[in-house]
Design a protein around this ligand. Structure first.
Ligand code: NAP
Length: 283
């Protein structure tokens, strides 16, 4: 592998570029983005070696697409049109159904591998890129059977070399499950942040009391709306389902408070403490 094109050089594209370059110092990482300023920043941070455009993609051994999921759906068919027969295209989008659907009948479908690296932070853009982001993290790969075997092997090696474990899933299951463990957490952080900001407008000293519990719970509310709004749009049905379940739990909690049923509240919290064991198994 010689020429890698990173379309999107933000947190995910930039972090992938850092780790792939570290393992493969001879590859040339070409960056493609909407804004020249973004590419200049990526160059100055040595995330990429060169600036490029979509017209250069015929030269690509690998194209990594790490842009918002609505932009990926729009651009992916064009990217596949432009690559050579030997080129491999992977995307890092946080939703998978619409992305897989848009290329299902593309003549170069076998050159595409759909994936979702489950790794990230609340920061965005090239300055958010960090080394080692993917070590020990899971990379969900969808519809692997639709990618040429040789290209699958190439991609899977590249991603295991940067420390990722691979899990296979179909796009519908991916989007359903990720709505619970990622999309709902972001919505609850955004709405928790909103609730406290609104209260803080009238009671200014409220933030003097904010401790690390508040900071860690609300952390995801710093995430980029440019990235998240398209995710919620594409995964609307699953996200609504998770919200209904979450709101029902919140309402139940409120009712228990109104009823002064603190025994039931204690039991609810006690049974949810089990999350410790579940998370210990993951981390
Ligand atoms: P990011 O840091 O905001 O970077 C996104 C990049 O895409 C920027 O370089 C931006 O460049 C470009 N971009 C923004 N809007 C675009 C558009 N409409 N058309 C073309 N390019 C556009 O985002 P990220 O966190 O790396 O996320 C990238 C992808 O990875 C998304 O699909 C996301 O769902 C997925 N993902 C994110 C995480 C996470 O935790 N952040 C985790 C796993 C997967 P310009 O400045 O030039 O516009």
């Amino acid at each position: 592998m010689k020429n890698i094109y990173a379309i999107g050089v933000g947190l995910i594209g930039g972090s992938l570029a850092i780790d792939i370059k570290k393992n493969n110092p001879d590859v040339v990482i070409h960056g493609i983005s909407r804004k020249d300023a973004t590419l200049e920043t990526a160059l100055s941070l040595s995330l990429i070696d060169k600036k490029a455009t979509l017209d250069d993609l015929g030269n690509a051994d690998l194209v990594i697409v790490s842009i918002p999921v609505d932009a990926t759906v729009k651009l992916l068919p064009t990217i596949l049109d432009k690559i050579s027969d030997k080129g491999l295209v992977v995307d890092a989008g946080s939703t998978k159904v619409d992305i897989c659907k848009v290329v299902e009948n593309h003549s170069k479908r076998r050159n595409f591998l759909a994936m979702h690296p489950i790794a990230g932070t609340e920061h965005s853009g090239p300055t958010a890129a960090i080394k080692g982001l993917f070590v020990g993290k899971t990379n969900i790969v969808c519809e692997v059977e639709k990618t040429t075997f040789k290209l699958q092997e190439k991609a899977l090696k590249l991603f295991s070399d940067i420390g990722m474990r691979i899990r296979y899933m179909n796009p519908a299951d991916h989007d359903k499950h990720i709505a619970y463990v990622s999309h709902l957490s972001h919505i609850s952080a955004f709405m928790l942040g909103k609730t406290v900001i609104e209260k803080g407008k009238n009671e200014r000293d409220i933030f003097d009391m904010a401790g690390s519990g508040f900071a860690s719970t609300v952390r995801l509310a710093k995430s980029s709306p440019e990235m998240w709004a398209p995710i919620f749009k594409q995964n609307r049905t699953n996200v609504i389902e998770t919200l209904e379940e979450y709101i029902s739990n919140l309402t139940k909690f409120k009712e228990l408070m109104k009823d002064e049923n603190f025994e039931a509240i204690f039991d609810e919290m006690k049974s949810t403490n089990h999350i410790k064991d579940i998370l210990n198994g993951i981390n």
